[in-house]
Ligand binder design. Structure first.
Ligand code: TYD
Ligand code: MG
Length: 515
């Protein structure tokens, strides 16, 4: 018999090392290697792997792509935000990982999903490895879900779970909270280690495919921002949803990061209340609800999260710094991107912000990843520097290139429509893409990207901003009080020079246009 040896497994990325080291060679994480015993026969509950018994392999039956029987319908729970993020309901036999920081509300969300599922007639089992039955019941009662016919259990042994679920008339949905508490008794490592998490998930996913139930696994994100045993799990499941939000805010965002059965980048917005999570049908209104009128240093960005337009306020503060290296702090946006926008403002527009502290915040605790936010960020920055407010009821979007040109973004009409719906009257946007090769027959197909205003829209004045200088010009107070602009033309084309460029061929000949 081979003596079991131990190996060191990184709890962040799953990389294996023969010796302990302070830093993982694979992902660079510090202090993440944990000793685990090497199993002589790798594998889960089934015991012997290929090495165990030499038996002849069975023949695989190949079938057609097309099937006679219609596919089983997706399970829709009725929480519209959840259903949309999953791509239109849970697919039978699929495995979904719901990842998020501890305490963000994963258990709350999934208990609500379980209750809804059960209420619409799908048998639903909720297995908690973290909380006792009484704790879950207490929460259910507080949220008014105690009467929902959910099958509740508290268990951590995967062997017990498999024994209970492996029969033909088992539940249609199984929720396991959380994957880090599960253990398989044939493995010696502790629950939560990579090998346990991997093996436990594998057994449950295998069973889900065999019995056709939808499996929802909860996974905590560790301090480094990774789910323990994360890479392994992300590859194994069909869908990865992250549940995020700022503890200081009550908004929670469910985001599809990977989805084999639907679009990614889709988000669902919830609000944490005393009675659990409430769906937010109109997130833009919510994110803009806390705005305090029109102030300098704020701009409303018409963004897009998945298929849904989302309006958020971007706030900037620029102040003189006593430090040699002024501070730059960003919440909700990429700091590298802020540095780029600042550099372009300085080099191409002569806006000197190098000696100033710059703070940028996306209101409401949302995180924006879209480059289309560049122009709104620039508007907030310039407005903060010059003290000139962005005109009332204006939305801004566009991507900034390194030469200061504003680049087109996708889904212009969708963004404009949302802005109009919320009562905005003006939009500063990137020049829209020209419909390629205006063949009359194809005009309809490219209309969405073209400059045409959709029928029925009348309240929104659209101004295309071809260059960052045009934005700066709009936000410059005519007169002496423009501190940031004291050195125009120092490192690039100045505002004066910009006037000369106006007739240049690069400009699309479209100024203000009724939308
Ligand atoms: P929980 O679902 O336990 O988080 P997770 O499973 O992700 O660790 O949520 C815990 C937080 O949610 C806790 O701070 C309390 C808050 N909460 C409410 O505000 N209202 C509620 O109705 C519930 C159930 C929880
Ligand atoms: Mg929990």
């Amino acid at each position: 018999m081979v003596k079991p040896r131990s190996q060191y497994v990184c709890q962040d990325c799953g990389a294996v090392a023969p010796k302990w080291a302070g830093r993982c060679e694979g992902c660079g994480a510090w202090n993440s290697l944990v000793e685990e015993t090497i199993q002589s026969a790798p594998g889960g509950l089934s015991g012997s792997g290929l090495a165990g018994r030499a038996r002849a392999g069975g023949k695989i039956a190949f079938v057609d792509l097309d099937s006679e029987s219609p596919p089983r319908p997706r399970l829709i729970c009725g929480l519209a935000e959840f259903d949309r993020v999953t791509g239109g309901g849970l697919v039978p036999g699929s495995a979904v990982l719901v990842a998020g920081d501890p305490g963000i509300g994963k258990s709350t969300l999934l208990l609500q999903v379980a209750a809804r599922m059960a209420a619409v007639g799908a048998a639903c089992a909720y297995i908690s490895g973290e909380e006792s039955i009484d704790q879950v019941r207490l929460r259910a009662r507080r949220m008014g879900l105690a009467k929902a016919p959910v099958q509740l259990a508290s268990a951590t042994s995967v062997r017990d779970m498999v024994a209970s679920l492996d029969h033909p008339d088992g539940p249609a949905v199984v929720i396991v909270d959380s994957v880090q508490t599960l253990y398989i008794d044939s493995l010696e490592s502790a629950p939560g280690t990579v090998s346990q998490v991997r093996a436990a998930a594998q057994e449950l996913i295998r069973l889900a495919k065999k019995r056709g139930f939808s499996l929802l696994l909860v996974g905590h994100v560790t301090k480094e921002g990774l789910i323990a045993g994360p890479k392994v799990l992300e590859h194994m499941v069909d869908t990865v949803l992250t549940f995020e939000g700022d503890r200081g805010h009550h908004f929670r965002i469910l985001r599809a990061v990977k989805n084999r059965f639907g679009p990614t980048d889709e988000i669902g917005v919830f609000e944490m209340t005393d009675e659990g999570l409430q769906e937010v049908a109109n997130p833009s209104a919510l994110f803009l609800a806390e705005r305090r009128g029109n102030i300098a240093g704020a701009a409303v960005f018409a963004g897009l999260e998945g298929t849904r337009p989302l309006l958020v306020e971007i706030q900037a503060l620029v102040s003189a710094s006593p430090l040699a290296t002024p501070r730059r702090a960003v919440v909700g946006w990429d700091s590298g991107r802020l540095a780029m926008v600042l550099a372009v403002l300085e080099a191409r527009c002569g806006l000197a912000l190098a000696g100033q502290e710059v703070y940028l915040n996306v209101a409401g605790g949302l995180r924006i990843g879209e480059p289309a936010a560049d122009l709104a960020v620039a508007a907030a920055l310039v407005s903060a520097a010059t003290g000139q407010e962005v005109p009332e009821q204006t939305v801004v979007f566009g991507e900034i290139g390194l030469s200061g040109e504003i680049r087109p973004v996708s889904q212009v009409e969708l963004r404009l429509k949302e802005a109009e719906k919320l009562g905005f009257t003006r939009a500063w946007i990137a020049p829209r893409r020209k419909a390629p090769g205006k063949t009359p027959g194809k005009a309809g197909a490219t209309a969405a990207a073209g400059p045409k205003a959709p029928a029925g829209g009348q309240g929104l004045a659209v101004e295309e901003i071809p260059h960052l200088q045009d934005l700066v010009a709009r936000l410059t107070v005519p007169g002496p009080q423009t501190p940031g602009l004291e050195t125009p033309g120092r490192a690039g084309p100045s505002l004066e020079r910009h006037g000369r460029e106006r007739g240049g061929p690069a400009r699309p000949g479209r100024g203000q246009q009724a939308y």
